[in-house]
Every structure is written in C-alpha cells, then in structure tokens.
Ligand binder design. Structure first.
Ligand code: ATP
Ligand code: MG
Length: 389
C-alpha cells in the first residue's frame, strides 16, 4: 500500500496568467524542501499536486510536517493510491482506513470522478466502498449528515486516491513569487516573526544580523542562526550576513550625545543593510518593529531611520500587540529560542533617556560628528557569510 500526499493549491489559483509561474515556484519549493527527507515524485495535474515517495521506507509523517510549512498550499491530504478497479479500491480503502475507523463512531463516503471513463458513477462508487467499510467495521455507523469521518475516493487519470479528510496548509503564496528582501534579524521575538510573515507573502529572504563583539557573544550569533533555521522551514534556504558593528557603535558612544545613540545606530543599520541588500538583488528591507513598543519605534524615530535608506522598508508587525506576535512566534517554534538571554547590539550602550521625538536635522548633525563613511564601507566589506539550509 503506497501512501501519497495530495496538495490543493491556495491563493495561487486566483492569479490568472501568472498561475503557471506560481505553480512552478511552488513545485520547486516542494521538491527542494522534501529533498532532505528522501526521493519523491512530484506531479501536477488537474489542479492537484501529487507527492509520491519513490521508496517504501520514506517517513511520511516527516513529509507531511514539511509540506504543512510550505506557502501556497491551502490544504493537503494524506491518501493511498489504489489501482483503478472497484475491487482494489474497496480492499485498499478497508485496509488503509483501519486506524481511522478504530477511533470513529460514524462515517460517510464521497466519491469524485475526474476520469469520466471509469465504469462506475460517483454515487455507485460511494455505495460500493461504503458497503465494504460497513461490513468490515460494523461498529462504525453510516451517517450522511454529521459523520466523524468523511472518506473521499477520487478517481483520477492514474490511480484512485482514498483519504479520510484534509489538513490545513500554510496558506500564503509560494516563496520567490514576491521578489527578494532582506530581514534585519536580531535574537529577539519580533524579527523572526516578521521574516515568517513576509515569506508568507511570497518573499525570498536574505538575513542581515549586526554583531558587536566582544559586547555581544558568539552564542548570541548562534542563537540568531538557530532562529533562522526555524524560519527557513517556511521560507526555504537563505544566506545570513553577519555585520561587524563594534567600531561604529564605539564611535557613536564616544562622539555622539547619549540621547541619540539608538537612533543613530539604527540609521547606520538601515544604511548598511541597504548596501548589502542591493548587492544581493533585494528590493526591500524588513524589520520587526511595532509602533510604540520602545522609544526607537515611535513615528518620529521611524521617520528618522527610514530617511537613512532609499529602499522600501516592510514592517509587517507595525500594528500588532506583543501578545499577537508571541502567538505567531510560538506557532513557528521560535519563541523558546528568542527568550534565551543573550545580549543584542541594540542593548549595548543604550541611553537612559532616548529621544522619542527626534528631529532629523539634529540627528544628522549629531551623526556627522563621526567620520562614518569608511566605517560603513568596512562593515559592508567585512560581513561574515553563513548559509542557512
Ligand atoms: P526584536 O524582538 O526583533 O529584537 P525588538 O522589539 O527587540 O525587536 P529592537 O531591538 O528595537 O526591537 O529592534 C527593532 C528591529 O530592528 C528588530 O525587529 C530587527 O528587525 C532590527 N534589529 C535589532 N537588532 C538587530 C541586530 N542586532 N541585527 C539586525 N537587526 C536588528
Ligand atoms: Mg531586539
């Protein structure tokens, strides 16, 4: 008995002429992501993608878990493929559904026939398979109104597929169809969530992390790598650029007025991130900022940081409460990593009283007390590259 996964496309089907491009990107993601688990055949026909393991020893629980995190998928079913004759279909359904029926009180069978040449009509198929299941599992009653289990038999071109319901997919649109952007990633709770949210809208990610050794530790950077690994289960592989930020931060500390430390530091982050993003064909930056969360996230402070770069800056969390952000971070399994206590460069040299209503003109004149051009250039040129797979 061969178990397969049937994938129903999500929002993708709405995309008219782009549909082919969307489907191709989705299939590429599926193939790439499943590669780690084993060899699969991935076939797209009649609006359904069928994922079939090539060998019998492949872990289908792991495959299903992997597929549940791929954007562009509305729903998927674990199913069994049977040869297209009614006796095989009945036999296969009874054997395959044993575990499901042991736990159920009632069921009904629905049949769909996309191969109209199949010699039984849909109601006939439902009756035949339903009768066979009723005989095999006499304790499970037929209930056409509110059954515990809906058994679906789909007669397609190659096989008859049998399953007992579908699971919710990750939604969104396939990664890569929305262009490429750079996520500014800290070790905090917010930025991994922001990365996930933009990947869900089809964005391919590049990650940029600012590190200030010895004020920040190697362990802090390792934490960011672990967070990105969790994000990559959804977004696919990405490159992480670690920017050496110590020199610039020390200059800010030594030369600028304390109340501007954070805002100037954040302006350098945007400037450097934009330069790295441009080198990597990214069209936008992404941050995990949420309005009013901290002093550097007021409208005035955001306006001053935005003025340091020309690219669009996506802030998918801008209108969200911390609780809502935490809920997503738990769902994508980043929360427990994020709360480990390691220093971020944002928390070294933090002023006691940061400016919440900075005036751009004053910020720039304060920033110009540093000869920052070469420092910025050095930071961009000396990034460390780590591949996240
Ligand atoms: P997070 O939980 O993502 O750290 P936060 O609420 O702690 O966010 P800040 O520390 O002010 O807020 O950072 C705001 C945003 O700036 C982050 O969401 C992230 O996008 C970016 N950022 C902060 N620190 C770094 C860093 N060390 N490297 C790269 N980006 C960073
Ligand atoms: Mg932070």
């Amino acid at each position: 008995m061969k178990e397969v996964i049937l994938i129903k496309l999500g929002e993708i089907v709405l995309k008219g002429l782009n549909r082919k491009n969307f489907e191709d990107k989705l299939i590429k993601s599926i193939k790439h992501r499943l590669h780690k688990i084993g060899a699969f055949k991935v076939k797209n026909s009649q609006s359904i993608i069928t994922v079939t393991p090539v060998f019998d020893d492949i872990d289908m629980d792991e495959a299903a878990e992997c597929i549940s995190k791929i954007f562009g998928i509305a729903a998927f079913s674990r199913a069994v493929a049977a040869p297209k004759d009614i006796e095989s279909i009945k036999q296969t359904a009874c054997d395959y559904l044993e575990d499901t029926f042991v736990a159920a009180k009632s069921f009904k069978v629905e049949a769909k026939r996309s191969d109209k040449k199949f010699p039984f009509t849909s109601p006939e198929i439902a009756r035949e398979v339903g009768g066979c299941l009723a005989d095999r599992y006499p304790d499970v009653a037929v209930d056409v109104h509110e059954p515990d289990v809906i058994v679906t038999v789909e007669i397609r071109d190659d096989f008859a597929y049998i399953h007992a319901g579908s699971l919710k997919g990750a939604g969104g649109i396939p990664v890569g169809t929305g262009g490429k952007a750079a996520i500014l990633i800290s070790g905090g709770i917010d930025s991994p969530v922001a990365a996930y949210m933009m990947a869900k809208r089809g964005i391919e990610l590049t990650a940029i992390h600012f590190a200030s050794p010895p004020y920040t530790s190697e362990r802090a950077e390792e934490k960011v790598r672990q967070l990105l690994e969790k994000v990559s289960a959804y977004s696919g592989r990405m490159t992480m650029y670690t920017v050496p930020f110590t020199k610039l931060q020390e200059e800010i500390r030594d030369k600028c007025h304390e109340e501007y430390f954070t805002i100037i530091m954040r302006r350098f982050m945007m400037d450097i991130a934009e330069k790295i993003a441009l080198k990597n064909d990214c069209q936008a930056l992404i941050t995990g900022e949420s309005l009013g969360q901290v002093a550097s996230q007021t409208i005035g402070a955001i306006a001053c940081t935005d003025a340091a770069c020309n690219m669009p800056v996506f802030r998918p969390l801008i209108g969200m409460d911390k609780e809502e952000i935490i809920e997503i971070s738990r769902k994508i399994d980043t929360f427990d990593i994020s709360i480990q206590p390691y220093e971020d460069c944002c928390t070294v040299f933090t002023p006691k009283h940061p400016r919440t209503r900075p005036v751009l003109k004053n910020v720039i004149s304060e920033q110009n007390k540093i000869e920052w051009e070469t420092l910025v250039k050095d930071a961009v040129e000396n990034v460390k590259i780590t591949e996240i797979t």
